[in-house]
Design a protein around this ligand. Sequence first.
Ligand code: AP5
Length: 209
Amino acid sequence: MNRIVLLGPPGAGKGTQAKRLSQELGIAHLSTGEMLRSAAAQGTELGRRADGFMSQGQLVPDDLVLGILRDRLRLPDTGRGFVLDGYPRNVAQAESLTEITPIDHVLYFEIPESVLVERLSQRRNCPTCGTVYNLVTQPPRVADRCDRDGTPLVQRSDDSEEAVRTRLGVYREVTLPLLDLYRRQGRLRTVPASGTVDEVAARVRAALQ
Ligand code: AP5
């Protein structure tokens, strides 16, 4: 079974590669960030609570995220496997994850911080269909418009310089220790995440063999 966890800092390309893997392998793409952004856009109680943490670049409290992930894992499209992008983010979340589902692969996207900052500053998103662009590496065909539906592209509120700094700090402090945890379990595979999207995709496929 392909139950895959992607670990890595903000901007490492987890979402980009998770979408590809989900299409190639016919498995579900579970992004806790997208679930939380969608709840915030719909103005649900959970979304309102999550939004303040997200826009500042802080983690949303564990119980809120675990609740939406648990509900999502119950949907039938996860039956053939899934690629989990954005969870776990700390040791407590990793422990909760083992209680709700087995995991087959843990891939760590390794990348220099300078590349991340550049990628995040150039990222733009379609608020209608969620397609992710990069003004330098994956630009839309028409400036600032989504290729699929023509919607004006937006920048995520947590891609501001200040929020990115906070997210990188949170990553170093609470998410990086997960690498040791999974390494000790003998499950961690490192994927160099610099290079083009196609190059990284080839490394991901090799790591899953
Ligand atoms: P989340 O949405 O998970 O954000 P993140 O982990 O910070 O990761 P990003 O989405 O920023 O980056 P990515 O690695 O997916 O890169 P992407 O493929 O887009 O979380 C957001 C927030 O939600 C958190 O800060 C927190 O508040 C909350 N949250 C989520 N999960 C949580 C949890 N478990 N617990 C608590 N809180 C949680 O690529 C980035 C850019 O680079 C794009 O422009 C892309 O086009 C481009 N790009 C991608 N790959 C390449 C490449 N190979 N070459 C050139 N450009 C590339």
